[in-house]
Design a protein around this ligand. Structure first.
Ligand code: 4AD
Length: 435
C-alpha cells in the first residue's frame, strides 16, 4: 500500500477527492458532541477539518475534542471542496496524530492589549491578521524587486557596517570596530548606490537601515527596510516621474496579489486605488508653508513639516502630494543646491494621505566636487572619511538622482494600519528589543 501523500495548504486544488495528510497547528476548534470543526493552519492558511464521532469512533473523537490551541498535529482524511471553509476545502478526518502538545497558549481569541501582543511577537505571528500582514509584506517586496528588474535596474547589496555618516550624525548607532575606531549601522545605502551607477547606470538596494531616532511615533522604527534607487544622467523632474510610476505600480501589484489578505484586515482597497488614478501634485516647500499659515499654523520658513501638518496638506490636495525644494539647512549634505534659489535643494518628499505621512525621500545629488566638499564642511562632517565618495565627483561625474521608500510605512498604508510596528516581523523601537 502506498503512503498517504503529505500536502500543503497551497496545493490542495490538485488533490480534491483524494486521501491526503496535512501537518499543521490547531488554530481553533469548535463543535458538538457528535462533530468537531478543527481549523488547521499550514503554510499560513487555515483549512477546516471535520471530525465526526460516527467515522472516528469514541476514542479518536475525544482526542480531537480535547485538542488545545496551537497543538501540532498530523491529520489524514479525504479532501473535499467546501465553500464554507476559509480556503474552500475541507478535510474529512480519518486519523490524527499529535506531534507536539501546547498548554496554556498565551494568545487566546479574547482581546489582548497591544503591549502584551508585541511582547509575544514570536507567537503573535501565528494569528490571522498577522499572517495577512506579513503576506502583504512579502507581496510588496516581490513587486518592488519585479519593478526594478523589469526596467533593467541592477540590485546592489550595500553594506550595513559603514565608516561614514549617510544621513545625519544625530541618529547613528555606532559600535567599536577593531583598531579602526567606530563603525556605524547604515542609515541608508545611498552613498554606495551612487558608486554603482558609474558601473551600471540604474541600480537599487533593498535592505535593513538603522536610525537611532528618539521618536516614539506610529511611524518610526529604529530598524526598517528601505528600498532605494539611483539613476545616472537623471535630474530632479525625471526622478519624481520615476517615483510616481514606481509607487503606483507596486501598490497596484501588491493589492492585486493581496485581495484575500486585505479582506482579513477589513481593508477595502478602493479608496487607495482611486488615489493612483491621478497625477500626484508637486508643490514647493514655500507653497506648503503658505497653505499651512493660511490655516492658522504657526510655522516659519526653515521649520520641519511634522506629521499633523503633512496630513493637512494631503487633505488639502485629496491624496498623495510631493513637497519639493526644502530649505538647504534642513536637508542632507548630498542634495543638489537649487541653482534658481540656493536657499533650497532639489529634493522632494512624497507624502501619503490617511495619516501615513512621508513615504519617500529623494533628491538630485550634488555632482560638483567643490560644492559637495563645501556642504560637508557646512554640516561639520569629516571630509577625509568621504574620500571615496568624493572620487565619484572627480572621475566622470554626471548629474544623478535617486530616492528611498520606507517599506513599513508603505505596508501600513496598503493594509490600512495606524502603526508600523505590525508591518515588520520583529519591530525594533526605542523601548523594544524583545523578542
Ligand atoms: O528621507 P530618508 O531619510 O531618505 C534617505 O535615507 C535617502 N538616503 C534616500 C535616498 O535618497 N536614497 O528616508 C527615506 C524613507 C522615508 O521617506 C520613510 O518612508 C522611511 O525611509 N523612513 C523610516 N521608516 C520607518 N522608521 C523610520 N525611523 C524611518 N526613517 C525614514
Amino acid at each position: 500500500m502506498s503512503e498517504t501523500q503529505v500536502v500543503s495548504n497551497h496545493e490542495l486544488e490538485k488533490h480534491v477527492d483524494e486521501k491526503v495528510a496535512i501537518q499543521g497547528w490547531v488554530h481553533g476548534i469548535r463543535g458538538s458532541n457528535a462533530r468537531q470543526f478543527l481549523s488547521l493552519r499550514n503554510s499560513g492558511k487555515i483549512i477546516q477539518v471535520l471530525a465526526e464521532k460516527e467515522i472516528l469512533g469514541e476514542e479518536l473523537f475525544q482526542t480531537v475534542k480535547h485538542l488545545r490551541q496551537e497543538t501540532s498535529v498530523s491529520v489524514t482524511g479525504k479532501l473535499v471542496r467546501n465553500e464554507k471553509s476559509p480556503i474552500g476545502f475541507e478535510l474529512i478526518l480519518e486519523s490524527i496524530e499529535v506531534v507536539g502538545e501546547s498548554e496554556n497558549y498565551p494568545i487566546t481569541p479574547k482581546e489582548h492589549g497591544i503591549d502584551f501582543l508585541i511582547s509575544q511577537r514570536h507567537l503573535w505571528l501565528r494569528s490571522s491578521k498577522q499572517l495577512a500582514i506579513l503576506r502583504v509584506r512579502d507581496n510588496l517586496s516581490f513587486a518592488i524587486r519585479k519593478y526594478f528588474h523589469e526596467r533593467n535596474f541592477l540590485l546592489i547589496d550595500t553594506p550595513i557596517l559603514t565608516g561614514s555618516v549617510g544621513e545625519s550624525a544625530g541618529t547613528l548607532f555606532s559600535t567599536e570596530y577593531f583598531d579602526l575606531g567606530n563603525a556605524y549601522l547604515a542609515q541608508t545605502g545611498q552613498l554606495y548606490l551612487e558608486t554603482a551607477i558609474f558601473a551600471h547606470n540604474k541600480v537599487f538596494c533593498f535592505g535593513p537601515t538603522f536610525r537611532a531616532e528618539k521618536s516614539k511615533t506610529r511611524r518610526h522604527l529604529t530598524e526598517f527596510w528601505m528600498v532605494e534607487a539611483e539613476v545616472a544622467f537623471t535630474g530632479h523632474k525625471e526622478n519624481l516621474k520615476l517615483q510616481e510610476d514606481f509607487v503606483k505600480t507596486i501598490i497596484k501589484e501588491t493589492v492585486q496579489n493581496s485581495l484575500e489578505d486585505l479582506k482579513v484586515l477589513d481593508r477595502d482597497p478602493t479608496p487607495l486605488l482611486a488615489y493612483l488614478e491621478r497625477e500626484f501634485p508637486v508643490i514647493d516647500y514655500t507653497k506648503a508653508l503658505e497653505i499651512l499659515q493660511s490655516k492658522g499654523e504657526d510655522i516659519v520658513w526653515g521649520d520641519d513639516i511634522n506629521s499633523e501638518r503633512e496630513q493637512m496638506l494631503t487633505t488639502e490636495y485629496g491624496g498623495p502630494v510631493f513637497i519639493q525644494k526644502y530649505p538647504r539647512e534642513a536637508k542632507a549634505f548630498y542634495m543638489k543646491v537649487n541653482p534658481e534659489d540656493p536657499k533650497t535643494v532639489l529634493n522632494a518628499d512624497l507624502i501619503a494621505p490617511d495619516g501615513v505621512g512621508e513615504i519617500i525621500g529623494g533628491s538630485e545629488r550634488e555632482e560638483n566636487y567643490e560644492n559637495i566638499v563645501h556642504r560637508l564642511k557646512e554640516e561639520n562632517l569629516p571630509v577625509e572619511s568621504y574620500d571615496w565618495y568624493l572620487d565619484l565627483r572627480k572621475y566622470g561625474s554626471v548629474p544623478h538622482s535617486g530616492f528611498g521608500l520606507g517599506s513599513e510605512r508603505m505596508i501600513a498604508w496598503i493594509c490600512g494600519l495606524q502603526h508600523v510596528r505590525e508591518c515588520i516581523p520583529f519591530p525594533r523601537m526605542m523601548e523594544r528589543l524583545y523578542p
